[in-house]
Design a protein around this ligand. Structure first.
Ligand code: FAD
Length: 474
């Protein structure tokens, strides 16, 4: 797309013709939310923010952008962590926001499916499922703002992955508008469909690089009636990992969450956030937050008590508290969910969202700690995550007085050390936050040339004019 003001004006007027005056934002003040990310790290400019109301309008917008070679940046709730929804600084890209496509078409408690437009907020999907006595298990800190289309585009994870899987496992069908404007309607609520390549899986996790996801068919589940939460203190990470394995044997599919926090992570939360208090008197190097859930009431507390008492008798863990009320359970979750905010209050951190085989977590962490502390002995390591699915957030806090240049240099040193180690352990440098612009260069370093070639070939086949979210992912 040209940066010629006349051509841009013409493009804007054609967009207005498709979506109407209230569907196009051209005033920079109105565009502000859409051209910056919430972390304050990614900033850009745009010709126009386009907000279609229907799949037909998305299709017409894409046809126009395809003809005029205009780059398009899809955007949902703009809560992503990797800069994927922010346009570049050229001012030549169009931001296509799905935030007016909020219809829930159908909730089917017999087929256990929910069909919706891509702009529906995740919390509204959860609510619609609850209203028919069903459960949609995707849950994450941004659920009041992120959209289901964004969840699919980033293959979001969250706290329910251990039992229910990532967004990919929760998706049965989708509708996408291709870069040339054609609509692929794959809105099928089938659990079995063996008719060739699974095209929906191409779009899930594609971060807006292949087309616009406009609709989804999601899996629903029986709603849990009973839930019990516990907080555990342990001396070593390998003990926490062994506890996970034991609970899987003792509680089977009732184990619905298993989160880990290191001692410094909890200390950060209790220091920086009001009314956040550790449930245990003593301080431990590691903690686990455990949740069991079942469709039947009763029995869960005894089951968890028995399993944790045995773990204490076997010297696997040192202490635990089982929540006796909903409010006690919520307080435990607040500690886990408060880590990100406490980190922001503590200063700048170099963050890593990594995945490892669960059996390697403890050894990896020991080696990573050595790799960091050998050069930066005073920097606190904030280590926590959804370890039930092998996902670690391995972050290093930098001193408050760090300069922007110093931050950049240290980030690149630490990223290389941590990610090289992740590669040695056959892990992933992005577990749930995606690649966006944040990890784009590193992706080339850690993916094989065959894997990169395959991804680039798919991108070229679907988006020959290279207009979908340029500069992101690939
Ligand atoms: C407090 C907080 C907690 C979080 N916790 C988690 C967590 O536990 N697990 C997790 O996985 N993530 C987490 N996130 C990250 C974020 O919420 C998820 O990545 C979410 O799925 C993004 O949805 P969104 O609608 O905001 O997408 P956006 O941020 O708008 O976009 C993200 C990417 O998807 C693309 N995209 C968006 N919509 C579409 C569409 N309809 N079609 C094609 N491409 C599209 C964009 O181009 C961009 O590349 C958290 C974020 C916050 C702020």
């Amino acid at each position: 797309m040209t940066q010629d003001p006349m051509k841009q004006k013409e493009l804007t007027s054609r967009l207005l013709h498709i979506v109407g005056e209230d569907g196009v934002l051209v005033d920079p003040a109105d565009q502000d939310f859409y051209v910056n990310d919430w972390l304050g790290k990614a900033h850009g400019r745009t010709v126009a923010v386009v907000r279609p109301r229907t799949t037909g309008e998305v299709s017409a917008v894409m046809r126009l952008c395809h003809q005029t070679h205009t780059p398009v940046v899809p955007q949902g709730g703009n809560t992503g962590m990797s800069g994927g929804a922010t346009p570049d600084m050229s001012g030549a890209q169009v931001v296509l926001s799905l935030n007016r496509m909020k219809r829930i078409y159908d909730v089917d408690p017999i087929n256990n499916t929910l069909t919706a437009e891509a702009g529906v907020i995740l919390a509204d999907i959860q609510k619609a499922a609850r209203e028919v006595g069903r459960y949609f298990p995707l849950s994450l800190g941004a659920e009041g703002s992120c959209t289901i289309g964004g969840n699919l585009a980033t293959n979001a994870g969250g706290t329910g992955v251990l039992r229910y899987g990532n967004t990919r496992e929760l998706t049965l069908g989708l509708e996408a508008v291709l870069p040339d404007g054609r609509i692929w309607n794959g809105l099928r609520g089938l659990r079995k469909d063996n008719t060739g390549y699974d095209l929906k899986d191409l779009f899930i996790g594609s971060e807006g690089s292949l087309g616009i996801i406009t609709g989804v068919v999601l899996k629903l589940f029986a709603a849990p009636a009973g839930r019990v939460t516990a907080w555990v203190g342990a001396q070593q990470l390998d003990q926490v990992v062994t506890l996970l394995s034991r609970l899987q044997s003792a509680c089977g599919p009732r184990l619905s969450a298993f989160e880990m926090m290191s001692g410094p992570s909890l200390a950060l939360v209790t220091r920086h956030l009001d009314a956040h208090v550790s449930p245990l008197e003593k301080v431990y190097p590691y903690y686990a937050l455990i949740e069991l859930a079942d469709t039947r009431m009763g029995g869960l507390q005894d089951m968890l008590h028995t399993a944790l008492s045995t773990a204490i008798e076997d010297d696997l863990i040192e202490d635990c508290v089982v929540a006796m009320s909903e409010s006690q359970s919520l307080s435990m979750w607040k500690l886990r969910e408060g880590i990100s905010l406490a980190q922001v209050k503590a200063g700048k951190a170099v963050k890593h969202d990594i995945a490892l085989p669960i059996s390697s977590l403890a050894t990896f962490t020991k080696e990573a700690d050595q790799a960091v502390l050998s050069s930066f002995p005073d920097y606190p390591i904030i280590n926590f995550g959804h370890i039930g699915d092998g996902n670690l957030h391995y972050n290093v806090l930098l001193p408050l007085e760090v300069t922007p240049d110093d931050y950049k240099t240290k980030t690149s040193v630490l990223n290389k050390r941590i990610h090289d180690l992740v590669a040695q352990f056959n892990g992933s440098i992005s577990a749930e936050h995606g690649v966006g612009t944040l990890r784009r260069d590193e992706l080339r370093r850690y993916k094989s040339s065959v894997e990169m070639d395959l991804m680039i070939s798919i991108k070229r086949a679907i988006d020959p004019n290279q207009i979908m979210n340029p500069g992101k992912l690939l």
